[in-house]
Design a protein around this ligand. Sequence first.
Ligand code: 5GW
Ligand code: MN
Length: 346
Amino acid sequence: MNMGNSKVWTLVLLLAVLAGVVYYYMAGLQRRSGIFFENEDQSVPVEITIKDPEFHLVAPDHLKYKQPSLVQGRSDVVTVTPWLAPVVWEGTFDPSLLDSVYRLKNISVAVTVFAVGKYTRFLPDFLKTAEQHFFLGFRVRLYVFTDQPDKVPKVSMAKGRQVMVRLVPISKRWQEISARRMELIQTLIEAELQSNTDYIFCLDVDSKFHGRWGTESLGSLVAVIHPGYYTTPRTGLPYERRPQSRAYVAHGEGDFYYCGGAFGGILQEVYLLAKTCRTNFEADAKDGIEAAWQEESHLNRFMWINKPSKVLSPEYLWQDFKAITPEIHIIRFSGVTKNYADIRPN
Ligand code: 5GW
Ligand code: MN
């Protein structure tokens, strides 16, 4: 073997190794894209499992439920957004079908609720009615953030459901309570929920459940349409309109006006929302500006850019003082009418 020959052999060897690497990579790509795993027969076990709670809806075989229709259903309301997120109204979903799907996933749901100062008076009704209507039969943890843990009532809860009390220092200004909510949600997700929770909802305490709030509300990023503005033209929506604020939504822009009193989704999405709203709220404060409706304004700015993957109709946060309109077939959750002079600190 002379020098020329050995160079040729080295080249051939290198090419062979390269071809092997390319083949291995392509096969991997194909495997990841699922091509090798397509199978028509669900009874043949597949090699991959999908862990994300949001995707891959598996229904138990032989589950009996009403046949879905393409030509009948709610026609008095819009049930999908222009970015194709469902808008949840009574009559658009099958509760037992959805419960069966999510039961197989054994999901766990966290709720945050703040009861600072005089707002502890809302806790008994909030917690009692949550136990009657919120994710019945599922694992639920209700995190109560309060400055007076002794005022948290002992509510008897079903198996797998519990109230967790977290101490927060009393805030000087009420606007601060708003700002701190996002901060505390952010740290709760970071420090406690990541390992044991799939979904989180953040709710106002001055409200009660009156009807089912369950698996139909689950999504990556979930927003609730404010009951006061769902027929209002864009120009009349109370977004923050000053460009100096980080909550700014320009005239002629905005989809819906969403509630600050109820939002949720998977942990990662709500974490990003809380972090973004908090950072923007604090940066605004440094510049001496406070958005028109505090964190609700920041939430609306966030949802304008980050479109919610599921939108809940005003059934999911009504207001007790509002007369019911024909499109509302059920009130699930509603804000209690409160005497502001009586409960607000300043
Ligand atoms: C106090 C004064 C003004 C505004 C808010 C508060 C306040 C709010 C408070 O003293 N203690 C408290 O726990 N909160 C929490 O923030 C409650 O969870 C309350 O539901 C939430 C939002 O405040 P809300 O309900 O008074 O706001 P709106 O817009 O529903 O009336
Ligand atoms: Mn409220």
